[in-house]
Design a protein around this ligand. Structure first.
Ligand SMILES: [Zn+2]
Length: 349
């Protein structure tokens, strides 16, 4: 169909990362602070003392008072950013305290660690990260935390990363590129790879906190079932619009595209300043060259420029959620991904 059958070609790169209005205001993470369970420690010891050689009537019962109720501290798990938090929280349920280091709405790709992050890691037993080079801030933050007991779980362990292979036609120079040393990190946006991440997290939690194994297994199984269902929904819906070609404005969907035989042919990053007529022309040319059916923006992105381009092209700009911001409820993953599926189906018609 196309000369280049690669699922992912970066054609035009126009920067937007320093645009402050693209950042949503942080939402507060509701960490479960349910009442801790108090294990009733009724210790009843019966002592029989027999006095005399043949006297059976002189036995007495000594009841030792119960010790004060003891708190069983929950295992403290810190996670890096929203998708990893959602998966970890789903597996941990209520048996571990799960925290998030990078609040939703904060740009993960450029994130710098804070003293609060150092403190959180210093007192944690387990750290769960996405991996694939996404969390560059961790290197220094972990070092500063000086927690030699810390157990790290890499959620992307064993996942084959997609690397950028196509040349990028950049319209801005000297700025930070949306590049990652270990390939594209957005694996959580493919339900099948998300399942692998949940399995990695489950196995890591069980290894680090064996006494809650049964809970981790059961919680993970339920979440994995939902991920399997989601994968089936994607397969069934997207096969109705095969080989749909789309442009995104954030390099977040190559795994999803590969999984469901979609084609992410270009990534256009919006600049801080207005697009020049040349930039606009490049986007238009790209859309025509690849017969692009859909333009996908993301939540929180200022769409004025996109709207004007799309009007010229006769295409509607729709929103795909990369889940780097959103709700802290593990079910948010399914809600957002089902919305993404509807958006893809509509855009690809
Ligand atoms: Zn991203």
């Amino acid at each position: 169909m196309y000369e280049n059958e690669s699922h992912y070609d970066s054609i035009v790169t126009i920067k937007f990362y320093s645009q402050p209005e693209t950042v949503k205001s942080p939402k507060k993470i509701q960490t479960d602070r349910k009442k801790r369970n108090f294990l009733p420690l009724m210790t009843l010891i019966m002592l029989s003392a027999v006095y005399g050689c043949n006297n059976t009537n002189s036995s007495e019962v000594v009841k030792i008072e119960q010790t004060p109720a003891q708190k069983l501290p929950k295992t403290k798990v810190v996670t890096t950013f929203l998708p990893v938090y959602l998966f970890t929280k789903a597996v941990a349920g209520d048996v571990a305290d799960v925290e998030i280091l990078v609040k939703p709405g904060t740009e993960i790709h450029e994130y710098q660690g804070t003293p609060a992050n150092v403190k959180a890691i210093a007192t944690a037993k387990i750290l769960v990260k996405n991996g694939l080079g996404l969390e560059e801030f961790l290197t220094d933050t972990i070092k500063n935390a000086e927690n030699s007991q810390l157990i790290e779980i890499d959620a992307s362990q064993g996942i084959q990363a997609i690397n950028k292979s196509s040349p990028i036609d950049t319209t801005a120079t000297g700025e930070h590129d949306h590049n990652h040393s270990s390939g594209n990190p957005h694996v959580w946006l493919d339900p099948v790879l998300a399942k692998q991440q949940v399995i990695n997290i489950r196995n890591g939690l069980i290894a680090a906190d064996t006494q809650n194994k049964v809970n981790y297994q059961a919680n993970a199984a339920a979440y994995i079932q939902e991920l399997d269902n989601l994968n089936q929904e994607f397969q069934q819906t997207i096969k109705k619009t095969p080989n749909c070609t789309f442009i995104t404005f954030h390099d977040a969907f190559p795994y999803l595209a590969k999984r469901y035989q979609l084609k992410q042919v270009a990534v256009v990053e919006i600049p801080e300043k207005q697009l020049s007529p040349t930039d606009v022309q490049k986007v238009i040319n790209t859309v025509k060259k690849y017969k692009v059916k859909a333009l996908f923006s993301e939540p929180g992105l200022d769409n004025k420029l996109l709207t004007s381009i799309s009007q010229d092209l006769g295409l509607t700009v729709r929103t795909l959620d990369s889940l780097e911001t959103g709700d802290a409820n593990p079910q948010y993953y399914f809600k957002a991904m089902k919305t993404n599926l509807e958006t893809l189906a509509t855009g690809c018609k």
